[in-house]
Write a protein that binds this ligand. Structure first.
Ligand SMILES: NC(=O)c1ccc[n+]([C@@H]2O[C@H](COP(=O)([O-])OP(=O)(O)OC[C@H]3O[C@@H](n4cnc5c(N)ncnc54)[C@H](OP(=O)(O)O)[C@@H]3O)[C@@H](O)[C@H]2O)c1
Length: 327
């Protein structure tokens, strides 16, 4: 494994992390035993960063990760990156809540589910326009003082909000949507994004010495080359809710993937590894948090560490993906 170090975080973080959203049941159904097997293999491969959130599987993903770490006794070897601030009602309608009282309740619930007494990186999942950042920062300060969390991260936050938060409290990491085809995109699942990953977030994390965790690094699987015009996701698959994975936009992305496939054939490396290395070779990208649905996928993604994209190929790839740089 390759590890990356940023100024704001003492621990070295594995360049390949693991996104645990797949453990929750929102991406078709993965058994808990399979999820635990994936966690164990990830640790054996040197992965130390596990990204999770209460909302993944409506608490289930955190519980499965906690159970895996309890069974293997390796909690101290890993860096848990969980989140708070995204709640839901009995109809599973989500809402943002970054109020102090709610966050202080949420952290204890996450600790119970994860079967641990601290979370390494506690990220605010999405901004909440109804609560002042000052109030949210007070909750985070209390958690830090109580040693319930070690570091603070902001996910999906605008440049201005990150800057304001930093006047109240240290921000150690940022997380945002970033992959070869969504570099400065302004929506995620139809939700407007108030940040531009490449042009703003990557610049800021370098300036502040923060970690950057790019989510959806494989564009939910599109960048592995396995999607077609008529994706038949199962009815429970969260990807049905991604408007970019259907219609004219999907066709446009698929045409680009076809061009990338030619590069992949020429250099003899699969598309998923190209997508990983394109991110990994950017010094401002810290830990790539792809989700996987199988042991084979995990092994195949980690295989990207055996080679690098050379300069000539990198510029060929960048020319191909340039037309969607701002889409
Ligand atoms: N902060 C946020 O708001 C936010 C939002 C979204 C995600 N996240 C985090 O980011 C993580 C990753 O993002 P994501 O799950 O949206 O997208 P992703 O990592 O781009 O895509 C995951 C999917 O890619 C496919 N895949 C992975 N490796 C593969 C391989 N080697 N070969 C073929 N297919 C492969 C699998 O699809 P199949 O299921 O079809 O096998 C898997 O379910 C999540 O788990 C979560 O931790 C955070």
């Amino acid at each position: 494994m390759l590890y990356k170090k940023v100024k704001m975080i003492d621990e070295k973080l594995s360049a390949i992390g693991l996104g645990c959203w797949n453990f929750g049941g929102d991406w078709d159904n993965m058994s808990d035993e399979k999820a635990i097997e994936i966690v164990n293999l990830a640790i054996d491969l040197g992965i130390n960063l596990f990204d999770v959130a209460p909302v993944y599987g409506w608490t289930h993903a955190e519980k499965v990760l906690g159970e895996a770490l309890k069974r293997n006794g390796k909690r101290d070897q890993v860096f848990i990156a969980s989140k708070g601030g995204l709640l839901w009602d009995e109809n599973r309608q989500t809402r943002n809540d970054l109020s102090k009282a709610s966050l202080l309740w949420e952290i204890d619930e996450s600790l119970k589910r994860l079967q641990t007494d601290y979370i390494d990186l506690y990220q605010l999942h999405w901004p909440d326009p109804n609560v002042s950042l000052k109030e949210t920062a007070e909750a985070l300060k209390e958690m830090l003082e109580a040693k319930k969390i070690k570091y603070v991260g902001l996910s999906n936050f605008s440049h201005d909000d990150v800057k304001e938060m930093m006047t109240y409290i240290d921000v150690h990491a940022q997380q945002g949507l970033y992959n070869m085809l969504e570099r400065n995109t302004d929506t995620y699942h139809g939700i407007p994004l108030e940040y531009r990953s490449e042009d703003q977030v990557l610049v800021d994390v370098e300036k502040y010495g923060q970690a950057f965790l790019p989510y959806s690094p494989l564009f939910q699987g599109l960048l592995t080359g396995k999607f077609s015009k008529s994706n038949n996701f199962s009815k429970d698959d969260i990807r049905n809710a991604n408007p970019k994975l259907s219609g004219a936009l999907l066709e446009r992305y698929l045409n680009i993937v076809d061009e990338l496939r030619v590069v992949a054939n020429d250099i003899g490396h699969p598309l998923n590894e190209i997508a990983f290395n394109w991110l990994r070779q950017n010094p401002n990208v810290t830990s790539i948090i792809a989700g996987v649905s199988s042991i084979e996928q995990l092994k195949s993604n980690v295989n990207c560490l055996t080679w690098d994209i050379d300069d000539k190929t990198m510029s060929r790839i960048n020319t191909i993906i340039e037309p969607v740089r701002y889409i």
